[in-house]
Every structure is written in structure tokens, then in C-alpha cells.
Ligand binder design. Structure first.
Ligand code: SF4
Length: 204
């Protein structure tokens, strides 16, 4: 319990630092920072690219159209969103939803690393190419749906970004949407194993 309180305090400090941050130009056009939200003891952390318009207005991650699809994907496998932790590589909205520059990603990276240090998850799920490239080099199409070793025993399980799925509506076998529905089930199985055997119980 003592550690839980310490983690909560640490996460609050990180969120305060994010809210005050002006380290890159995205601070000039944001309405709100979007630090991330959820269970800071979750064994799984989802990491997207950056906030969109709805997220910028609300200060919450994955609440726009892509976020609503993301919720459906989670629910389809039996995940409960508030039991997971969800954040982005950059914490302020890139104008016109452009891809954040490498300088912006670099400026913001210590916040994500600090969040991950507090949560200490078993699995990180990079959503889309920008998040994937934060953690490892590779193509999202080739990497999705597979586990990779990262640092400190943490595994990566890349998946398509939900906004990519919004642009690719087909549900045919082999389509990005159909593959994502397969991936989320694999992830849920791993989550269930961790929950059944403790935080060190992942055997996949
Ligand atoms: S995107 Fe990150 S580094 Fe840039 S201003 Fe926002 S919090 Fe700071």
C-alpha cells in the first residue's frame, strides 16, 4: 500500500510537469496537455502517437472517433478500459494531426519513460508506426501481433493504430481490422495469464 501511494504521487508529479511543459513548439498550439490515464498498476500500457482534436479539448487520450473504435476493440476481447493504462508518445496535439517531428518526440520522451518507470508494465502495446519506432525499428505491418523483447524484461506487442483502422474499414479476412481483432485476443490471453499468475506470470 505504501508503494501504491508512492507511485500515485510520482505519477501526479509527472502529470504536473507535463502540464507546465513548454519544451517544444506543440505547447504553443495545445488547448490541454494529455498526459494519459488509467490504472498505474496495469500490466499493459497502450501507447499511441499523440492527442487529436477531441483529446486536446478534453485532456484525455483516445476519446475521439479513433478512441471510440479503440474502446470497441478492447471490449470485444473482454478488456475493461479503466483497468489499463493509455497514453501517447507526445502529450500535446500536433496541429492538423500531423505526425510529431523527431525533435518533438525527443523533447517529450522523458515523460513517457518516467510514466513507464512508475507503472513497470509487463507488456507495452505501441499503436501504429510512430509509437512502434519510439521503442524499436520496424514496420508496423510486419511487427503487429508479435511479441518482442524490450528492456528490463518488458515485452512489446505492436498493433495498428485505431485511426488507421478508421481509414481501412474492410473486415475481410487478412484486413487490418480483422488482424486487429485477432491481435487483441492474443493480448487478452497474455493479460489473463499475468493476472492469474502474478505480474511475473507471463509465459507466452
Ligand atoms: S509535446 Fe511534450 S515536450 Fe512538447 S510541450 Fe508538450 S509535453 Fe512538452
Amino acid at each position: 500500500m505504501e508503494n501504491d501511494e508512492k507511485d500515485e504521487k510520482l505519477m501526479k508529479v509527472i502529470e504536473e510537469k507535463i502540464s507546465e511543459c513548454t519544451a517544444c513548439q506543440l505547447s504553443q498550439t495545445r488547448t490541454n496537455v494529455v498526459p494519459g490515464e488509467g490504472n498505474i498498476h496495469s500490466p499493459i500500457v497502450f501507447v499511441g502517437e499523440g492527442p487529436g482534436q477531441e483529446e486536446d479539448l478534453s485532456g484525455r487520450p483516445f476519446v475521439g472517433k479513433a478512441g471510440q473504435l479503440f474502446d470497441k476493440i478492447l471490449e470485444s476481447a473482454g478488456f475493461i478500459r479503466k483497468e489499463l493504462y493509455i497514453t501517447n508518445v507526445v502529450k500535446c496535439r500536433p496541429p492538423e494531426n500531423r505526425v510529431p517531428s523527431s525533435e518533438e518526440v525527443l523533447s517529450c520522451s522523458h515523460f513517457l519513460m518516467a510514466q513507464l518507470a512508475v507503472i513497470n508494465p509487463q507488456i507495452i502495446v505501441p499503436l501504429g508506426a510512430t509509437a512502434l519506432n519510439f521503442f524499436m525499428k520496424g514496420s508496423i505491418t510486419e511487427s503487429r501481433g508479435k511479441f518482442f523483447e524490450w528492456k528490463g524484461g518488458i515485452r512489446l506487442f505492436p498493433m495498428f493504430h485505431p485511426s488507421y483502422l478508421l481509414r481501412n474499414q474492410s473486415k475481410e479476412q487478412g484486413s487490418p481490422k480483422a488482424l486487429t481483432w485477432d491481435d487483441i485476443r492474443i493480448l487478452k490471453k497474455a493479460y489473463d495469464e499475468i493476472m492469474a499468475h502474478g505480474k511475473d506470470g507471463l509465459v507466452v
